[in-house]
Ligand binder design. Sequence first.
Ligand SMILES: *Cc1c(COP(=O)(O)O)cnc(C)c1O
Length: 364
Amino acid sequence: MPLVPSHVASLSPYVPGKPIEEVEREYGVTGVAKLASNENALGPSRLAVAAAREAAAKVNLYPDGSAFLLKNALAAKLGVRPEEVMVGNGSNELIELLVRTFVLEGEEVLTSAQSFVAYKLAAQEHGRTLVEAPMKARFHYDLDALRKLLSRRTKVVFLANPDNPTGTWFSEAELVPFLDAAPKDTLVVLDEAYVEFVDAPGFQDALALRKKHPNLVVLRTFSKIFGLAGLRIGYGIARPELVEFVDRVRPPFNVNLVAQAAGVAALDDADHVERSRALVRAERPFLAEGLQALGATVVPSQGNFVMADFPGRPGKELFEALLREGVVVRPLAGYGFPTAQRITTGLRAENEKCLAALRRVLAA
Ligand SMILES: *Cc1c(COP(=O)(O)O)cnc(C)c1O
């Protein structure tokens, strides 16, 4: 008898960004700029930190398993009903829960190739069939190709918009024909982890689209603009029936007590959100132009990061050369981009450090 099912034996685990302490230890450098995980360069909201501190004094208690206050705060903010909100230990957990709850054996998970790897992992770890549409030119989701891959077996579709790791986006005009074609029992999950950074016109209003498309599930996170990646809070908006099914499957206390308190406070910190958005919108072009000046091909991004391709520079080597300079980026060979790096937009000084390090490394 095999120790584990073959779909587990064949899994390759998610590779996270290298932690700062590890880089300092291994490379003997200090003042590391971590531009590897699309974290908020401004740090967390101060209001959220204060709420987390206060909540820390009560961690002898189990959290509120129904996340009442957090769901109500989200519902009020988004103009939806609390019964339409699900929360998870990061939106990553919600991605997994959606597969676990809804995708039966023999049914399919559909997504784009070269997109966020969590979709693929969620399908694989549950032994479910993954169907991927190739991207079209310039690293864009191909909604037409995705539409043609819809079948009676398609149960959950994951669409990242803006996409990670490419940073590209698709318009509502591209999305709507896909939604029209999707069977009503096929859940279309729009992962909007970076929606707060978008400034492109014609971007979807996912919450409004739910009226006509009740099979739409919108995922968002506190990890990016809210700066709470370390606390692990994601949320989803879906019709109450779907939320209730996920509730039956999720672990009872999946969002912890400190996270719930910090999440509520972060939602109230409009100033922090505004400053975070402004930083990314200012630094994104600065970083992109700097990278281009160094000979990289930069993919236009709507996220808090850019994908940059360095032709002729194997990703892992460039990544390691940058580590020795105290700069952590994310090589993308695992996504089928052998010479590309994903670089988070940091503070101006961090972006300058990254560009200076690249200049030295590329000249060597
Ligand atoms: C960062 C990210 C998430 C959020 O992950 P969390 O588990 O909430 O930290 C979800 N989707 C995409 C595409 C992301 O890049």
